[in-house]
Design a protein around this ligand. Structure first.
Ligand SMILES: NC(=O)c1ccc[n+]([C@@H]2O[C@H](COP(=O)([O-])OP(=O)(O)OC[C@H]3O[C@@H](n4cnc5c(N)ncnc54)[C@H](OP(=O)(O)O)[C@@H]3O)[C@@H](O)[C@H]2O)c1
Length: 269
């Protein structure tokens, strides 16, 4: 018989619900107990939803949890951890997806003996195309690491980091990264409108181009993006005219500064 894992989700906003929906679709063998003040679906099957930490059924679920996933905003984390701590077993694994909250912070909220994994997924995880990096504290067993790896792997690629110092740069690249690409799509749309295209046509062209370029990278994992770029750049042609503006201008500088800002902000949270 398949071993069903008890997973408790604390917070059911954009990221918590996206991950959960992916695990459900993949039929991961688990029973889920989910708490969030927001509007929640009705409990059914393997999913039990709660609004109140004082609910004794929820407290029981916490006591028996294999994994307690923390998916509230970083600013709420201290308060929420204090609320649940009395019911969390010292052997349950705490899995955080919060930006900027360190392993040491969580050890402060719970204890240094508590197994804790700090992870950083991104929103494409909702459709199994995500990237998640994670780092573990010393209290995690190999079995717990494997369980979390398997769980996160449902949502896309997974990287175990050997140093927590790497998680803020990872967050700045892949955690926030989808927003940069959406912004680039918006900018491309606006440039198309400025060049005379109808707004809806410009939006479709920009969007489908991003989708197609992403799919090409996915289809050719061993081909570097620079080669894919060169494949569409004839010497002296139109693409080269555009790229010479981007590459000789300060685009790399802006991107480097933006990533630096994201890393700095993560350290402040
Ligand atoms: N969104 C991303 O792209 C992304 C990527 C990687 C990591 N993350 C991390 O994921 C975490 C959640 O982000 P999000 O974007 O999903 O935020 P969100 O949509 O605002 O979700 C946060 C959820 O926590 C709930 N909540 C608030 N107080 C609570 C409490 N006392 N107990 C239980 N639940 C409570 C909120 O309910 P109400 O709405 O009713 O307040 C909301 O459903 C953050 O720590 C963030 O750093 C997000």
């Amino acid at each position: 018989m398949v071993n069903r894992h008890n997973i408790v989700l604390i917070g059911y906003g954009k990221m918590g619900s996206a991950l959960h929906q992916g695990w459900l679709k993949a039929d991961f063998p688990a029973t889920y107990s989910i708490i969030s003040p927001s509007q929640l679906p009705r409990s059914e099957g393997s999913c039990h939803y709660y609004n109140d930490v004082q609910d004794s059924a929820f407290q029981e679920a916490l006591k028996n949890a294999d994994i307690v996933m923390m998916a509230v905003k970083p600013q709420k984390m201290r308060e929420v951890c204090a609320q649940i701590k009395p019911y969390v077993s010292v052997s349950s694994l705490i899995l955080s997806i919060a930006a900027g909250q360190t392993l040491q912070t969580f050890e402060g909220y719970f204890s240094a003996q508590q197994p804790i994994i700090r992870s950083m997924p991104n929103t494409p995880s909702a459709i199994g195309k995500g990237v998640t990096g994670y780092v573990c504290n010393d209290a995690c067993s190999d079995t717990q690491k494997q369980l979390v790896h398997d769980l996160l792997n449902i949502s896309g690629a997974v990287y175990e980091l050997n140093s927590e110092d790497l998680i803020d740069p990872l967050s700045a690249i892949s955690g926030s990264g989808p927003a940069y690409l959406f912004y680039f799509t918006e900018a491309l749309t606006q440039a198309g409108i400025d060049a005379g295209l109808p707004a809806d046509v410009a939006a479709d062209l920009a969007r489908q181009t991003m989708v197609g370029a992403g799919a090409l990278m996915e289809a050719a994992p061993d081909t570097p993006p620079s080669t894919l770029r060169e494949n569409v750049t004839s010497p002296g042609g139109t693409t080269q005219a555009a790229l010479s503006i981007m590459m000789n201008g300060d685009m790399q500088d802006i991107i480097t500064k933006a990533i630096h800002a994201a890393v700095s902000r993560a350290k402040e949270l």
